[in-house]
Design a protein around this ligand. Structure first.
Ligand code: FAD
Length: 550
């Protein structure tokens, strides 16, 4: 039993997009990112008139047709700016990457020199407005920073009309996205997205002063009685590698893919001088030896392993930094996709695939759907074009269905002797650096910080993904909430992406109200409230729920 000190209402572990989305959502009184304008109007109506008049009379008020008079972005800016006291939950954020929101994200984008996001405009962390990023872009006059995703939209156009559109992409079409949604299928520039996130942080008063973010790696979480606590209820004890412990009534685990890199072998300390994982590129690449060669204009060869977008981004960045040639090898084929998940999952609202996912018989079935939808690493048509251009200049050489069969690092010359299977023609004798863009290993059973929870409150998992409650809780009565990749079996195939952040935050915020008590004047009680909660969290049929409440 640990000893009592200050008890936070919530400890958020992980200050990435998922952690930020939860913190922001907890301070948003009128969440609307998850539903349509019609539902939005309905929500506001219910909130305004709750307890004052019969819900059945809602229909006579014609609120559904009321247009939004001004940009919802600025409206939310104004209404929230002066009211950050709204969240009464005391919150501590712990993150291993830094003491600001989204440090890991910013570092990865900077290290790989990524200019645009991969995801569409409605993938963001703003709980106030599903179209918030579009509105922000317009209000700040930054439309030029958007990059159109060609080939996603407009399949309902007639063949004749399509023929008339010049330069139409040859990208294989997977799903039908209506022409009217074209505005959503742009990707924001890295800086536009960062500024938008900063505006959300400012809007909800989530800067470090009101919500402390401590740079610490969490190594253990326990749930039980704490000596000296004021009541008998169980508390969480969250311990860090710095030897500190913190207590809270609820914990939100938003650690993304975790911290374990997927490597084909464990690098020795010598080998680390000539290789790194793509998540370490910012600090380790180029090595001193490689940097010297580039500076002296010597010929340099670098190998990148992996078929995901990071591998292509690394190849592009390495050439831009002066490497002579990048050998891009991957064990599978090079897959080209706009998003990490297939296009039919990237709908703005609920669609057929999501409905099938949520109504699947069991988690094994859901896991298989996730695998099919993500289908391993892929690169975007844009990076395919970049790689093709570099290959045409003999700066990049792509080798699919190829693996490293043997390797030896020479610490004297700090170069590698690498043999591939099958052998690559004209492959250099000496490779100056190897980057493993091989992803992260996300397995809840192997994560050090979950060992105590797995032992004391075991729950099922499928291939390392947790079988949580629908509220994303570890177990009923164990208010450890999980969002992001680890919650994929509940949030769907896009859980590891920004879509998972917003969706996860919505469910967690509703459930936290039950665990910690109400913090705002929004309170949907009883059966009707339960239906609405389900509806807004994307569970069940929300039209049915809304109709039943009328
Ligand atoms: C290069 C790159 C580009 C990407 N581009 C896109 C994109 O354009 N669109 C998109 O939707 N997705 C993109 N993704 C996927 C992206 O990672 C997710 O969308 C997003 O980062 C998920 O947020 P998260 O909060 O779940 O995880 P993360 O961003 O990984 O944040 C998790 C945080 O938890 C911290 N943490 C982990 N373990 C611990 C611990 N034990 N103790 C304390 N803190 C811990 C980490 O340091 C990190 O700061 C990209 C990924 C990469 C690598």
């Amino acid at each position: 039993m640990s000893t009592y000190n200050e008890v936070f209402d919530i400890i958020i572990i992980g200050a990435g997009p998922c952690g930020l989305a939860v913190a922001a959502r907890l301070r948003e009184e009128t969440p609307s990112a998850m539903f349509t304008d019609e539902e939005h109007q309905r929500y506001h109506w219910i909130k305004k008139h709750q307890g004052k008049m019969s819900l059945a009379r809602a229909k006579t008020k014609r609120l559904y047709n009321a247009p939004l008079a001004e940009s919802s972005y600025y409206k939310t800016q104004r209404c929230c700016a002066n009211d950050n006291s709204r969240s009464t939950y005391s919150t501590l954020v712990l993150d291993s990457s830094g003491s600001r929101w989204m440090e890991r994200w910013h570092r990865a984008f900077k290290a790989l020199r990524i200019e645009h996001l991969r995801s569409p405009m409605f993938f963001h962390v703003d709980p106030a407005d599903r179209d918030g990023m579009l509105a922000y872009t317009r209000e700040t006059g930054r439309e030029k920073e958007l990059f159109e995703l060609s080939g996603c939209v407009g399949q309902e156009l007639s063949k004749h009309k399509r023929k008339k559109i010049r330069n139409i992409s040859q990208f294989p079409r997977e799903a039908e996205i209506n022409e009217r949604d074209r505005k959503d299928y742009f990707t924001p520039s890295t800086s536009l997205f960062a500024d938008y996130c900063n505006s959300i942080i400012a809007r909800y008063g989530l800067d470090n002063e009101s919500v402390p973010i401590q740079r610490s790696e969490v190594c253990d979480i326990t749930f039980g009685e704490v000596q000296g606590s004021k009541d008998d209820s169980k508390l969480f004890t969250v311990s860090t590698t710095h030897g500190k412990s913190f207590h809270s009534r609820a914990v939100v685990l938003a650690v993304g893919p975790g911290l374990t890199k997927m490597m084909p072998w464990n690098l020795s300390s010598d080998e680390e001088l000539g290789a790194c994982h793509s998540s370490e590129v910012g600090v380790k690449f180029p090595s001193a030896a490689l940097a010297r060669k580039i500076e002296n204009r010597q010929t340099t060869h670098v190998v990148v392993v992996g078929g995901g977008l990071s591998s292509a981004q690394f190849a592009d960045m390495a050439i831009a930094r002066g490497v002579t040639k990048v050998w891009h090898i991957m064990r599978g084929d090079l897959k080209i996709k706009h998003f990490d998940v297939s296009l039919n999952w990237v709908g703005k609202f609920k669609n057929y695939d999501k409905a099938v996912f949520w109504s699947a018989d069991d988690d094994q079935e859901r896991f298989e759907m996730i695998q099919t939808a993500r289908n391993g690493g892929s690169i975007t048509p844009r990076y395919q074009k970049i790689l093709k251009q570099l290959a045409a200049k003999d700066r990049v050489s792509i080798h699919t269905q190829t693996v490293i069969s043997s390797k030896k690092f020479d610490s004297g010359t700090q170069t590698w002797k690498i043999v591939t299977d099958p052998p690559i023609a004209n492959f250099p004798d000496r490779i100056d650096y190897v980057c493993f863009a091989t992803g992260m290993k996300t397995d809840a059973n192997e994560m050090g910080l979950l060992q105590s929870m797995n032992r004391d409150y075991p729950i099922e998992s499928i291939n390392g993904l947790l079988c949580l409650t629908d509220d994303l809780m570890w177990k009923p009565d164990v208010p450890l909430f999980v969002t992001g990749r680890l919650a994929s079996l509940r949030l769907g195939p896009a859980a590891p992406n920004l879509e998972g952040a917003r969706l996860g935050a919505e469910r967690i915020a509703w459930a936290l109200q039950d665990v910690l008590g109400e913090q705002t004047d929004v309170d949907f009680c009883g059966r009707e409230g339960e239906k609405l909660q389900k509806a807004f969290c994307g569970l069940g049929n929300r039209y049915e729920s809304l109709a039943q409440c009328s």
